[in-house]
Structure formats: structure tokens, C-alpha cells
Write a protein that binds this ligand. Structure first.
Ligand code: AAT
Length: 292
């Protein structure tokens, strides 16, 4: 029997819904923080849903994880200490691990059950936890950053849920200020910033907080993720003053990092070009996406 999992009547996107055909429910459970559902879909592979909201699918996760990671990490010369907020699936860890300059990867995820469930049903993402540079901290990122050493990180990636429930505080000014404190001069933040089609007010609020907090520059970027509401998701790229940071041209291009994109672990979405220049590389990229 097949059925549909729908998410609608969500105040974050009133009046619209997206549905995926369910082949099989693989897991259903409840942690102290959220309801967790994993199902096998007929066209997007396995799907992780938290509190009724799709967080990732096997098919399109690359467009999110690669962009949220390489946009910040490729814009600084040699990232060494990196922090991931949220990201319990491990996908962002997998992407950070491509950078051989990186020495430590801290991750602060609030929900141990998300980590355990992803280890079972999303091996291509949770493989990120196997990197020896990873140090897992299970807890609220608000407390973690409050207690973090000043000037510790070269880059921080906020890969957290929508700002309702446990992630609400993560878009507010006090939290953004603790992130800035934890970064080195010239360090960078990539923060999830919702959809430009649905959340212009939220984005504007976040932009103004980030402009007040980060004097080294703030940019909005976005990518296409068909299973997220409205099909796009945005990021706020912010630089702490102290070293010039140019988010528009990668100073640390991923293609030049040895082994970062070697056979068997090619990138599926991100590249350093503003847009693909040669039709060959473009069609290859589309092919890889289709094969997935
Ligand atoms: N890469 C998958 C995408 C996610 S997962 C977001 C993760 O953030 C979840 O595992 C959740 O448990 C964790 N999280 C939420 N709040 C906190 C917190 N306060 N501290 C630490 N971790 C937290 C995001 C997809 C975005 C969906 C867009 N619609």
C-alpha cells in the first residue's frame, strides 16, 4: 500500500503543500525535541522529516549540503577549525572533510536520536561522522556557543531546522553575536536563511542583525532544493572584520584541493564557476544528478 505524507497548514508556508509518494515507512519515533520520520519515497530516495517538515532526501541533499559548506569554506584561504551547528545527519561533515586544510570539525547537534536514525537510514550522509577530525557535542548550540572560546573558528556553518521549536533562538541577535565572538578575525559564517519566495520579512530581520554584527561583509546566496518549500533555500554569508573576505570569487577553489573531488567522491552540485562555462561540464553535472 502506498500513501502520501503531506505537510500543509504550516504557518511558515500557509496555503501550500508539497507531496511525495511514500513507498515504505522506515522509521517513526519521538525524541525529547521533535517527531522523527524516515520513509522511502518513490522518486527521491529516503526522506528525513522532522516535525512534519522535510529536512533532506537522498536525491537533492547535495544541492544543500555542498552549497552550505563550500560557499563559506572556499571563500577563506585555509580553513582549520570549523563548527557545524545542527547537521546531525552528517552531510555537512562529509563536505567539510573534503578540505584537507581542516584540522578540527566540531559539531553541536541537539538531538542524539537524529544522529542515530541517520546512521541507520542515510549512510551516504552519516559517513561524515567517520572522519577522525570530527568531535561530536550533543546539546543546544545556544549553550555551546555561549561557552565557546573567543576567536576559535575559521568558519561556522549553521545547518539547523526552520526557526520554530529548538532552532528558534538560532536566528536571534544574541546567538548571532556569540557566533561572531567565536570566529577568528576574517572568519566566516554561513547561516540558513529560508526562502526568498516565502520569508522576505524573516530574511530582512536576519540581514539587519547580520549587518549590525558582521562588519566584514554580508551576502545572500541561494540554491535550488526541490523538496524544500518553494523549491529554494537561502543562506546568509557573513564575514567577521579583520581580514578581507570576498564571497563572490572563491580564493580556495575546491577543484584545486588535492583529492577533494576525486573519482568516487565527485561533487554533484557545487562548482567554482559562477555558472557552468562549457556545455560538456554542464551536461556531465546534469547526468550525475540524474544517475543519482
Ligand atoms: N542537513 C539537514 C538539514 C537540516 S537538519 C537541522 C538539524 O538541526 C536537526 O538535526 C535538529 O535537531 C538540529 N537543531 C535544531 N535546533 C538546534 C539547536 N538549538 N542546537 C543544535 N542543533 C539543533 C535543516 C534543514 C532545513 C529545512 C529547511 N526547510
Amino acid at each position: 500500500k502506498t500513501s502520501k505524507v503531506q505537510y500543509y497548514n504550516n504557518p511558515m508556508w500557509p496555503g501550500e503543500a508539497h507531496s511525495l509518494k511514500v513507498e515504505k515507512i522506515l522509521y517513526q519515533g519521538k525524541s525529547p525535541y521533535q517527531e522523527i520520520l524516515v520513509f522511502e519515497s518513490s522518486t527521491y530516495g529516503n526522506v528525513l522529516v522532522l516535525d512534519g517538515i522535510v529536512q533532506l532526501t537522498d536525491k537533492d541533499e547535495c544541492a544543500y549540503q555542498e552549497m552550505v559548506t563550500h560557499l563559506p569554506l572556499c571563500s577563506i584561504p585555509s580553513p582549520k577549525n570549523v563548527l557545524v551547528v545542527g547537521g546531525g545527519d552528517g552531510g555537512v561533515l562529509r563536505e567539510i572533510a573534503r578540505h584537507d586544510s581542516v584540522e578540527t570539525i566540531d559539531i553541536c547537534e541537539i538531538d542524539q536520536l537524529v544522529i542515530d536514525v541517520c546512521k541507520e537510514f542515510f549512510p551516504n550522509l552519516s559517513m561524515g561522522f567517520k572522519d577522525p577530525r570530527v568531535r561530536l557535542h550533543v546539546g543546544d548550540a545556544v549553550d555551546f556557543l555561549r561557552n565557546s572560546t573567543e576567536g576559535k573558528y575559521d568558519a561556522i556553518v549553521v545547518d539547523s531546522s526552520d526557526p520554530i521549536g529548538p532552532a528558534q533562538a538560532l536566528v536571534e541577535k544574541p546567538f548571532i553575536q556569540t557566533i561572531a565572538r567565536a570566529l577568528k578575525p576574517g572568519g566566516v559564517l554561513c547561516n540558513l536563511a529560508e526562502s526568498m519566495w516565502l520569508h522576505t520579512h524573516l530574511i530582512q530581520d536576519m540581514l539587519s542583525i547580520c549587518h549590525q554584527t558582521f562588519k566584514g561583509g554580508v551576502h545572500y546566496a541561494w540554491t535550488s532544493v526541490p523538496t524544500y518549500p518553494s523549491g529554494v533555500i537561502g543562506f546568509l554569508l557573513c564575514a567577521k572584520e579583520g581580514q578581507p573576505v570576498n564571497f563572490l570569487t572563491p580564493v580556495n577553489p575546491i577543484e584545486k584541493i588535492q583529492g577533494a573531488t576525486k573519482a568516487g567522491k565527485e561533487l554533484r552540485f557545487y562548482n567554482s564557476e559562477e555558472k557552468p562555462k562549457e556545455s560538456v561540464s554542464k551536461s556531465q553535472k546534469i547526468q550525475i544528478l540524474l544517475n543519482n
